[in-house]
Design a protein around this ligand. Structure first.
Ligand SMILES: *[C@@H]1O[C@H](CO)[C@@H](O)[C@H](O)[C@H]1NC(C)=O
Ligand SMILES: *[C@@H]1O[C@H](CO)[C@@H](O)[C@H](O)[C@H]1NC(C)=O
Ligand SMILES: *[C@@H]1O[C@H](CO)[C@@H](O)[C@H](O)[C@H]1NC(C)=O
Ligand SMILES: *[C@@H]1O[C@H](CO)[C@@H](O)[C@H](O)[C@H]1NC(C)=O
Ligand SMILES: *[C@@H]1O[C@H](CO)[C@@H](O)[C@H](O)[C@H]1NC(C)=O
Ligand SMILES: *[C@@H]1O[C@H](CO)[C@@H](O)[C@H](O)[C@H]1NC(C)=O
Ligand SMILES: *[C@@H]1O[C@H](CO)[C@@H](O)[C@H](O)[C@H]1NC(C)=O
Ligand SMILES: *[C@@H]1O[C@H](CO)[C@@H](O)[C@H](O)[C@H]1NC(C)=O
Ligand SMILES: *[C@@H]1O[C@H](CO)[C@@H](O)[C@H](O)[C@H]1NC(C)=O
Ligand SMILES: *[C@@H]1O[C@H](CO)[C@@H](O)[C@H](O)[C@H]1NC(C)=O
Length: 457
């Protein structure tokens, strides 16, 4: 293992000398004054170790006036900078007349960054940069803790992960099972045709390897690799928990009665023909269309349902209706499909509600030999009018009489009214009153009645 790592290092070094030295060490290529240990990564807790070596004691630099300046230097003139600060002397050791060595023991991730080796020019205040090296202090690859998959409409599977933070550049490679004729052939890399980004892979029915839609469990290997090592983890995903269907299709309302609406719909596009083993469960959401803040009522429907008779509705009311579905295996709220919506109106009917008239909700006004009686009631909320032309109808009769007079039928009490006055009534007679709600469809079946006794003198 160690040998392998050294070989890799040596190979990297050759590469970097070709590629990096001119970038990382200052001066024109002919004027490079020294070198520095190349970029490398190390494990937290170990020692940052950099050797900066001058090529020779005599150096010449071109100054601003394009004149050569010659200096005689040795390794005591070298110093290091990190994070815009000069590194303290205690960390620098003179190895030989040309080499200074930086050693920072017990490094942590904050020691990640650019290290400059600089040269003080004797008898001046000036200095020049010799070389630069990038040092990464971090960890061997670690397991990812967040790995998740989502299958959009059972057509495309996307799996993503979030690598743990690590200053050492680390790549993760995901592989999925390759299956043929029911047996496992091995693991294949992410299809590169649909590669999303470095932390996600996507499979479709036509990729290689493909998205095996009839596998209840999906198995993956995720391999993390960096200069400090590698790690492989096996991951299992309960496939059907993460299938997010499209919305159901062709929602239609029919057979609207005053209190019922019948609904029919089809599964999401293509689901009817695919064999989606766990099946889809449906939910119906509804609320009156005109109510801004009323929350949706939700009815849980069964598995693979395509019809529902919604009952207990208010007559003559437009409803927003929406049907959504979810994999029967899924539990997350975010795994519900979008809803397919429609608007339907219940048929009108006679009013169901009658105003409440509790005892004492009347007022008597006495004149010399007659009296007037005013009845009060709590109005019916508009959503229970049940039809056009809502009004109240009030009948009255002396208690001894058998015949009701239909007083208000000719001049309906306005819906906004909450009282009505009968004048010119007899002082010494007790009266019965009854009130009903009414609209274009007729009068309410129910009624409220009240008796007002004769007025004592
Ligand atoms: C720096 O240069 C010296 C002398 O040319 C050489 O011996 C040494 O290996 C070099 N070191 C690096 C890190 O390139
Ligand atoms: C720096 O030089 C010393 C002495 O030659 C050597 O032991 C050490 O391994 C070098 N460090 C690096 C990072 O090359
Ligand atoms: C400056 O030094 C370079 C190389 O050391 C040399 O080629 C050049 O002729 C010198 N120029 C002057 C003006 O001395
Ligand atoms: C270092 O200083 C320079 C200018 O002095 C500034 O532009 C740069 O952002 C600083 N870098 C850090 C890491 O503080
Ligand atoms: C390095 O140079 C300084 C003068 O700039 C000198 O005093 C010192 O002796 C030299 N050291 C070595 C090891 O050559
Ligand atoms: C994936 O990419 C590799 C290298 O870029 C290429 O050789 C291979 O043919 C690609 N495969 C597909 C399926 O595109
Ligand atoms: C990769 O793509 C996914 C989905 O589009 C996104 O959530 C994630 O942030 C992306 N990751 C990166 C590193 O860009
Ligand atoms: C439903 O409500 C919207 C706005 O809230 C309105 O424009 C539309 O006419 C209503 N539809 C019915 C049938 O009442
Ligand atoms: C609707 O909101 C209003 C004020 O925002 C509130 O007074 C009323 O009670 C709400 N109605 C319902 C049914 O939540
Ligand atoms: C009338 O009173 C009854 C019982 O007190 C109540 O349940 C009902 O909702 C009331 N009706 C109206 C229209 O206020």
């Amino acid at each position: 293992m160690k040998v392998k790592y050294k070989i890799q290092c040596a190979w990297l070094l050759v590469l970097s000398i070709l590629v990096n030295v001119t970038e990382a060490c200052w001066g024109r290529p002919s004027q490079i004054i020294g070198n520095l240990t190349n970029d490398y990564s190390l494990v937290v807790g170990s020692t940052v170790d950099l050797n900066c070596t001058l090529l020779q004691h005599k150096i010449s630099l071109v100054n601003k006036d394009h004149k050569n300046e010659t200096y005689f230097v040795n390794s005591t003139h070298l110093f290091f900078r990190f994070n815009n600060k000069t590194v303290e002397e205690e960390y620098i050791h003179i190895v030989d007349p040309l080499t200074a060595r930086l050693q920072v023991p017990n490094a942590n991730i904050e020691q990640t960054g650019k290290y400059y080796c600089n040269l003080r020019l004797p008898e001046t205040e000036k200095s020049t940069t010799v070389c630069l090296s990038n040092i990464y202090v971090g960890y061997k690859p670690r397991e990812v803790s967040s790995f998740s998959c989502l299958s959009k409409n059972f057509e495309k599977l996307t799996c993503c992960w979030r690598p743990p933070t690590n200053p050492v550049p680390t790549t993760y490679t995901l592989k999925s099972q390759v299956i043929s004729g029911g047996s496992l052939l091995g693991y294949g890399k992410c299809p590169n045709t649909t590669r999303v980004n470095n932390t996600c892979c996507q499979w479709g029915v036509d990729t290689s390897p493909p998205y095996y839609r009839n596998q209840e469990q999906l198995w993956f290997t995720l391999t993390g690799h960096n200069r400090l090592g590698s790690i492989t983890q096996n991951i299992m995903v309960d496939h059907y928990k993460f299938v997010l269907p499209d919305k159901p299709s062709q929602l239609q309302a029919s057979e609207e009665t005053p209190t019922n609406i019948k609904l029919n719909w089809l599964p999401p596009k293509n689901f009817a023909t695919w064999d989606f083993q766990p099946g889809l469960v449906y939910e119906l959401l509804y609320k009156p269309n005109n109510s801004k803040n009323e929350t949706w009522k939700i009815i849980k429907l069964g598995k693979n349902i395509g019809t529902h008779n919604l009952m207990g509705l208010v007559p003559n009311t437009a409803y927003d209706l929406s049907v959504r579905c979810r994999s029967a295996e899924a539990s997350g709220e975010d795994m519900w499909s979008k809803g397919v919506s429609t608007l339907a109106r219940t048929a009108p009917d006679v009013p169901y509600y009658v105003p409440n008239m509790t005892e004492g909700s009347f007022e008597v006004q006495k004149l010399t030999d007659r009296r007037s009686i005013t009845l009060y009631w709590k109005p019916i909320p508009e959503e229970h009018y049940n039809g056009k032309d809502f009004h109240y109808v009030i009948y009255y009769k002396p208690t001894y009489s058998l015949n009701w007079k239909r007083d208000v039928s000719e001049k309906p009490v306005k819906v906004t009214d909450i009282k009505y006055t009968f004048s010119n009534l007899n002082l010494n007679v007790a009266y019965n009153f009854k009130i009903q709600s009414a609209n274009e469809e007729g009068v309410s079946r129910g009624m409220e009645d009240i008796t007002v006794e004769s007025t004592e003198n």
